[in-house]
Design a protein around this ligand. Sequence first.
Ligand SMILES: [Zn+2]
Length: 235
Amino acid sequence: MNLVDRPSPNFNDRPADKPVSILLLHYTGMKTAAAALERLCDPAAGVSAHYTVDEDGTVYVHVAEDKRAWHAGVSYWAGETDINGISVGVEIVNPGHEFGYRLFPNRQLDAVADLCLGILGRHAIPPHRVLGHSDVAPGRRQDPGELFPWQDFAARGVGLWPGPSSAPEPPDILTLQRQLRDVGYDCPESGIADAATAEIVSAFQRHFRPGQIDGIADAETAGCAAALLQRIPTK
Ligand SMILES: [Zn+2]
């Protein structure tokens, strides 16, 4: 792996009482890699990540893993809101949905996978807590987005994939809401297919059923959620 030091001043101490338990993937969402690197290291911007992986596979190291980098913003997963405090953040260079979302080159993905496997080897992060920014901030964020090959990464040992799944018919909405909450999403349990639920369903689809991202809780989405839950160990 081609590691390059590019330190960022944007970090602080992690909470003393909680171990690192999430690996959070992003895309940079800026026009160029240079602009993203500059922002992630700019004290005035107040944002960072532990690493940025460029499209050529170069890995820029910004913040030590034992420090709290600032990449998640307002976010939630499985009862936790200080996601920065308990996660390692990896930025993947891509202009994103705003500036021309495009396929991640293979050499970039190979570097991301290598980096992630190293991180997973250094921290007790279970497969079901390898997440995208869109999972923890569904209304605000779409990254790393539906072009990120989550299924392939799960096969490489990075993350969890529900596998073949089906459900005979569209679900009872309250059942699906509870399943998505059990997965970790900040899903309402209203029993109503409201706008907040559609945001969560879209986020789930973006990660686990990227063929159709419409926020509609169809039978396949429900099947994926049920299959995923079966693979997540109960607490
Ligand atoms: Zn992000």
